[in-house]
Design a protein around this ligand. Structure first.
Ligand code: SAH
Ligand code: SF4
Length: 360
């Protein structure tokens, strides 16, 4: 089987070149062709010696995941489905906004964590994405969207908020993020690359040293009783431990605050008393809140809080001096909003069967 060079950081690629008897420094040229110019065919890497191109053609490939569908929502949001083998598909979403364009990248086929309000969680889990499949999503988005008339890239920000729990696929996600940050590749700044996690503390501590990027935490509850019910992982990593880990992370973070995401679930976590509880909970940590209106999916069993109520919840937090935004729901008409990504997961965990039985 050929070696997929898309899985490699620049350092990996240099080592690979050495292993095939080439000079390490040649790796940079090939790396730039792949990631800066979006070239996947060695033939087209015109300033590389012909002999090296032929050798690479024999031994290696730049295997980008196959783009199978593209949907464009009325508000300019794109959703792409990419084929990742064995009938599995993942989804990537692009969200244009004033002055920036954010790409929402998937890290796994499905998710093993079963947060109750998330349709990806309901799909079950198949496998981790490779580093090449993660970077491949940014590769495609740049290819499709290119640059604006001023020559600036359309994709300016990346959030690891698509399908899957990025910290559960630690090695590959870190490799992929290193490529995204590399100035010989996508040259993103650490402030414009955000990883969202439901709270895998052990990996979070490592991330602070291996690849500190901006951090978003799916908090979604102000106490363990509520959080245990909606995020099963909380039983392993309870809120107080999670907050302590966030504080440790801030010592190395490119931003001096953590963003707490809070999905608004009617009658579950949206009582104003919980907003007051949150204020006490986070009083020792620099943070911002992002309230996410719950995006429904079939048989979810949840409802979104009324918008007027979300505003009241926001006001309580704001009155305590906490910067609190409400996430605009985007791409709704193509099911591209937060928590609605399902791709096509050939479910190894048989979770879909379990849910089908429960909803009878
Ligand atoms: N696994 C990571 C990142 C992917 S989910 C995590 O859980 O953080 C990205 C965000 O969407 C998370 O904050 C998640 O809790 C939220 N989310 C999941 N399902 C949702 C839904 N149906 N409506 C609104 N937000 C949802
Ligand atoms: Fe997985 Fe995140 Fe969905 Fe939870 S919210 S099931 S961690 S993708």
């Amino acid at each position: 089987m050929k070696t997929n060079l898309l899985n490699y950081t620049l350092e990996d690629l240099a080592n690979y070149f050495e292993s095939i008897g080439e000079k390490k420094f040649r790796a940079k040229q090939v790396f730039r062709w792949m990631h800066v110019y979006g070239v996947s065919n060695f033939e087209d890497m015109t300033d590389i010696a012909k002999s090296l191109r032929a050798k690479l053609q024999d031994l290696a490939e730049v295997a980008v995941p196959k783009l199978v569908t593209e949907k464009l929502a009325s508000d300019g949001v794109y959703k792409w489905a990419l084929e990742v083998g064995n009938g599995n598909k993942i989804e990537t979403v692009f969200i244009p906004d004033a002055g920036r364009g954010t790409l929402c990248v998937s890290s796994q086929v499905g998710c093993a964590l079963e947060c109750q309000f998330c349709s990806t969680g309901r799909q079950g889990f198949n496998r981790n994405l490779t580093a090449g499949e993660i970077v491949g999503q940014l590769w495609w988005a740049n290819k499709r969207l290119g640059k604006d008339p001023k020559g600036e890239k359309i994709v300016t920000n990346v959030v690891m908020m698509g399908m899957g729990e990025p910290l559960a696929n630690y090695e590959n996600v870190v490799k992929a993020m290193r490529v995204m940050l590399d100035d010989n590749a996508y040259n993103l700044s650490k402030r414009k690359l955000t990883l969202s996690t439901s709270g895998m503390i052990s990996a979070l501590d490592k991330l602070a040293f291996d690849c500190p990027v901006s951090l978003a935490i799916s908090l979604h509850a102000s106490n363990n009783e509520v959080r245990d019910k909606i995020i099963p992982l909380n039983k392993k990593y309870p809120i107080e431990d999670l907050l302590a880990a966030c504080k440790r992370y801030l010592d190395n973070s490119p931003k001096d605050y953590v963003t707490f995401e809070y999905v608004m679930l009617k009658g579950v976590n949206d009582d104003l008393a919980y907003a007051h509880e949150l204020i006490k909970l986070v009083k020792n940590i620099e943070c911002k809140f992002n309230l996410i209106p719950f995006n429904p999916f079939p048989n979810s069993g949840f409802e979104c809080s009324a918008f007027g109520h979300i505003l009241k919840f926001q006001k309580v937090l704001q009155n305590a001096g906490l910067i609190t935004t409400i996430r605009k729901t985007r791409g709704e008409d193509i099911d591209a909003a937060c928590g609605q990504l399902v791709g096509k997961v050939v479910d190894k965990t048989k979770r879909q069967q379990k849910w089908a039985l429960l909803s009878v």
